[in-house]
Design a protein around this ligand. Structure first.
Ligand code: SER
Length: 631
């Protein structure tokens, strides 16, 4: 069975079970400042899992473009991807465990014709971190009734069988995962579902979202019991085709072939997979509007994906420009399912090629070489000082050589020049994308026989771990709130962006449209299309209009309609190509009408006083406004 057939069968199956098929949301979460990318099909549905009615009803299914960067360092192995497609079906306070599990089982065994004897499941046992929620007996019984024997049911804790929330707060619950016995044992001693020995391929996850984790860490029952299921297309396709890795499926076939053809040195599967995964992700990210800009969180992930691909390419002897040759194969492969790729083909290929050129000239530039040489000299002159200052910079607090040595199991006794060069290399890699081999090569040339690669690698790895810890902390901070944040101030922020959007169009013309928005309790960020800097007077007038409209205390009203009806009624918003779908449209009296999932305040006086604090450029043809609200 091909991935195309799998998608079709899945959607048809759930359509027959009364589900509305909804389109994939963008990889850039709308209105959600807390997460970089859409990580699962449930993510855009968070407001509806919390109780906001969904315009398409209570039973939904779709194929969602998803992106997970936590696994980026595992890419290269047989199963991990950054970008992937996820099949999902949802019950928003409608059916519950029995139907969800029975349908999953029916789909796997009847539609996909998987052997029921080779299906293993894991269920939530219990976990001290989730007090008050015991073993999921109901789920265990449902599996037994379906003929899954006791020895194929595994009871595990939170790490394996609890899903959510996305971020620190929001909907979550126990889950049950389905595995297929591939008959192969690839590695590892422990071998049961939930352990990565390679024998049991995870194919589907049914989550029973009945709790809301609140900001203070407690789990409270949700207003409604929801089901959230997710099945990765790449893995399931590989399992159905009897493949032992996702790259041997047709999804990656053409890209892998092109990489192999271009490689001139010994072909290294891991590097080829990194290139194939990362450039696929880059293709989809650019199509959804991510710009390769290092100073921006999303953009820096894109830059990293591209630079990692190039570094891997060089390891297998691919020189010069090659990336658009690979992205092109994906555009061609996915064009029917994702027409946006074909529409943005030139943009995708141009951005990729530009970034590639920029990267290559940066790595080989005299400025980089000079910087590298200077840093290496400093490291030679003062190994301890170099290591300690670099580690302290990343950690944000003083780190001594002794701490680093102990925490990262470094065996050499004192800080050597090579060890210091290891930290220099890690720094250059994270800040400028300079591959380790480049810096180590320069060091080798300078230190001649005195460069000790093992010592340099030990500190390079320690610094890499510090960099990861630091970015994880940053992510966690970012995770506070989000779509699950229905606090009063963020709701006021939502309504303020609608007023701002319309006020900008009044002032600058109807060619202005929103390209992004990001609301936290502290501030509103609003991105829009416009080619010039706004004058002081324009900013002032926009601000005045928004404040005038809040003063008038206009009513805010929600209506459900089809996209066509909405467009006819003059609604503006981010929606494109979602014809036929039923959506909600928010109107602020006769002043503004927008496609939006909400929530919003009921009347505009609740918004409070609106103030623009900054207006700036955001790449070509785009501007960004930052604003705050006062009571
Ligand atoms: N949210 C769950 C997951 O991502 C099921 O869709 O696995």
């Amino acid at each position: 069975m091909t991935a195309k057939e799998l998608r079709k069968k899945y959607l048809e199956f759930f359509e027959k079970k009364g589900h509305a098929i909804i389109p994939s949301a963008s990889l850039i979460p709308e209105h959600d400042p807390t997460v970089l990318f859409t990580t699962a099909g449930m993510h855009p549905l968070v407001p509806h899992l919390l109780g906001e009615p969904h315009p398409a009803g209570r039973r939904l299914a779709n194929v969602q473009k998803s992106m997970r960067t936590d696994d980026i360092d595992d890419v290269g192995d047989p199963w991990h991807n950054t970008f992937f497609e996820m099949l999902g079906n949802w019950s928003l306070g409608d059916y519950w465990k029995k139907e969800a599990i029975e349908w999953s089982f029916e789909f796997l065994t009847q539609e996909l014709k998987l052997d029921p004897k080779r299906i293993y499941v894991t269920v939530f046992g219990s976990d001290p971190e989730i007090p008050g929620v015991g073993e999921d007996e109901e789920t265990i019984q449902i599996w037994k009734d379906l003929g899954i024997a006791e020895n194929r049911i595994f009871r595990l804790g939170k790490k394996d069988n609890w899903w959510g929330p996305v971020g620190q707060a929001g909907p979550c619950g126990p889950d049950t995962e389905m595995f297929y016995d591939t008959g192969r044992v690839e590695h590892g001693e422990k071998c049961h579902p939930g352990e990565t020995c390679g024998k049991y391929a995870e194919i589907w996850n049914d989550v029973f979202m009945e709790f809301n984790k609140t900001a203070d860490g407690t789990y409270v029952p949700l207003k409604q019991k929801n089901v959230d299921t997710g099945m990765g297309i790449e893995r399931t396709t590989a399992v159905l085709q009897g493949k032992d890795n996702v790259y041997d499926t047709e999804l990656f076939q053409e890209a892998m072939k092109r990489i192999k053809n271009k490689a001139t040195e010994e072909f290294n599967l891991k590097d080829a997979r990194i290139i194939a995964d990362h450039l696929r992700a880059a293709t989809f990210l650019i199509a959804d509007g991510v710009e390769p800009i290092s100073a921006n969180d999303r953009g820096s992930v894109l830059v990293r994906l591209i630079t990692r691909s190039i570094t891997s390419a060089r390891k297998i002897g691919i020189e010069g420009s090659f990336a658009s040759w690979i992205t092109d194969s994906y555009i061609n492969f996915y064009k029917d399912e994702y027409p946006e790729l074909l529409k943005k083909k030139d943009l995708i290929n141009n951005k990729i090629s530009q970034e590639e050129k920029k990267y290559l000239s940066r790595v080989h530039s005299p400025v980089t070489k000079k910087l590298e040489q200077e840093e290496i000299s400093k490291a030679q002159a003062d190994p301890r000082g170099t290591i300690e200052s670099k580690a302290s910079n990343v950690s944000g607090s003083p780190v001594r050589w002794e701490d680093l040595k102990q925490q990262h199991e470094i065996t050499m006794s004192s800080p050597t020049p090579s060890a210091a060069i290891g930290t220099v290399s890690a720094d250059l890699k994270f800040t400028r994308g300079i591959p380790q081999e480049e810096t180590f090569g320069t060091a080798d040339a300078i230190l001649k026989g005195d460069f000790n690669k093992e010592e340099a690698e030990a500190t390079f790895n320690a610094m890499t771990a510090l960099h990861r810890q630091a970015s994880k902390q940053k992510e966690e901070k970012r995770f506070a709130g989000g779509l699950a944040d229905h606090t009063e101030v963020t709701i006021r922020g939502h309504t303020a962006t609608h007023l701002l959007h319309q006020a900008l169009r009044d002032e600058l013309g109807n060619q202005v449209y929103q390209t992004g928005s990001n609301i936290t309790p502290e501030r509103i960020r609003f991105d829009f299309s416009y080619g010039e800097k706004l004058t002081k007077e324009q900013i002032k007038r926009v601000e005045e209009v928004v404040n005038q409209k809040t003063k008038e205390d206009l009513p805010v009203k929600k209506e459900i309609m089809s996209v066509e009806e909405g467009k006819k009624a003059g609604a503006i918003g981010l929606f494109e190509e979602k014809y036929g779908e039923r959506v909600s449209v928010y109107s602020i009296d006769n002043y503004s009408k927008e496609f939006c999932g909400g929530p919003h305040v009921e009347h505009t006086a609740q918004v409070g006083k609106f103030k623009i604090i900054k207006e700036e450029a955001l790449g070509a043809g785009q501007r960004r406004i930052r604003a705050i609200l006062n009571n």
